[in-house]
Design a protein around this ligand. Structure first.
Ligand code: ATP
Length: 212
C-alpha cells in the first residue's frame, strides 16, 4: 500500500480519465499517469531501454534510441509469450517509477496521490495498493462518440477496443467511487471538487492515524 492516501483512477477508453485527472490536478492532487510514466521509461535514454534491448534485441529500439513502439505492438500482438515478457519487464518498472513520483509529489506538499491506471481492473494487483478506486464511467455510446470524434478511429475499431477491455460490471465491482461522466463539463467540475474535498479529508485522517 502506498504510504500517503492514494486513489486509483480508471475507466474505459474515452470515458474521461484525462479530463478528470486534469481537474483533480487543478484542485491540488498529485497526478501520476501510468501511460506518461511508461513513455518516459521507453523514450530515448529512458530507464527501460537497455533492458528492452537485451531482452528483444537492437531491432526493438528505433534509430532515435526510443522503443520502436509500432514494431513492438505488432510483435506482441502475434506472440503471447513476447507480450508476457514485455509486461513482466515493464510493469514492475512502471509501478516503481509511479510510486517514486507519487512520493516526490506528496513530499512537495500535495495532500494525496491519484494514480491514473487505464487497466487497473484488468491488472488486478493495483487494487490492493490504493485506498480508493475511482471509476470514471459513461455509456458505451458516449465512449464511442468521444473516441471517434477525437481520433481517426472508426466505430468498428472503437467497439473492438471496448470489447478488449474490462466490462462496465467488472469495473463497477472494484470501484469505491463512481463518477458518471455524462454531464456538461461545468457540472463534472463541481462533482470533481466535491470528490477532492472528500479525499483531502480522508488523507488528513490517514496521516493523523499514522501519528497516533
Ligand atoms: P483514453 O482512454 O483514450 O485515454 P480518456 O478516458 O482519458 O481517454 P479523455 O481524453 O479525458 O478520456 O476524454 C475523451 C474525450 O471526451 C476528450 O475529447 C474530452 O474532451 C471529451 N470529454 C470528456 N468528458 C467530457 C464531458 N463531460 N463532456 C464533453 N466532453 C467530454
Amino acid at each position: 500500500m502506498f504510504t500517503a492516501f492514494s486513489v486509483g483512477l480508471t475507466g474505459g477508453v474515452g470515458s474521461g480519465k484525462s479530463t478528470i485527472a486534469t481537474m483533480l490536478s487543478a484542485c491540488g492532487a498529485a497526478i501520476i499517469d501510468a501511460d506518461a510514466i511508461a513513455h518516459q521509461l521507453t523514450n530515448a535514454g529512458g530507464a527501460a531501454i537497455e533492458a528492452l534491448r537485451e531482452s528483444f534485441g537492437s531491432e526493438a529500439i528505433a534509430a532515435d534510441g526510443s522503443l520502436d513502439r509500432a514494431r513492438m505492438r505488432t510483435h506482441v500482438f502475434s506472440d503471447v509469450a513476447a507480450r508476457t515478457r514485455l509486461e513482466s519487464l515493464l510493469h514492475p518498472m512502471i509501478r516503481t517509477a509511479m510510486r517514486e513520483r507519487g512520493a516526490e509529489l506528496i513530499a512537495g506538499g500535495c495532500p494525496y496521490a491519484v494514480f491514473v491506471v487505464p487497466l487497473l481492473v484488468e491488472k488486478g494487483s493495483w487494487r490492493d495498493n490504493v485506498d480508493r478506486v475511482l471509476l470514471i464511467d459513461c455509456s458505451e455510446a458516449t465512449q464511442i462518440a468521444r473516441v471517434c470524434a477525437r481520433t481517426d478511429i472508426d466505430e468498428k475499431l472503437a467497439r473492438s477496443i471496448i470489447a478488449s477491455q474490462a466490462t462496465r460490471p467488472q469495473r463497477l465491482a472494484v470501484a469505491d467511487d463512481v463518477l458518471i461522466n455524462e454531464a456538461p463539463l461545468q457540472e463534472i467540475q463541481r462533482r470533481v471538487e466535491h470528490l477532492h474535498r472528500t479525499y483531502v479529508r480522508s488523507a488528513a485522517m490517514k496521516r493523523s492515524s499514522k501519528t497516533l
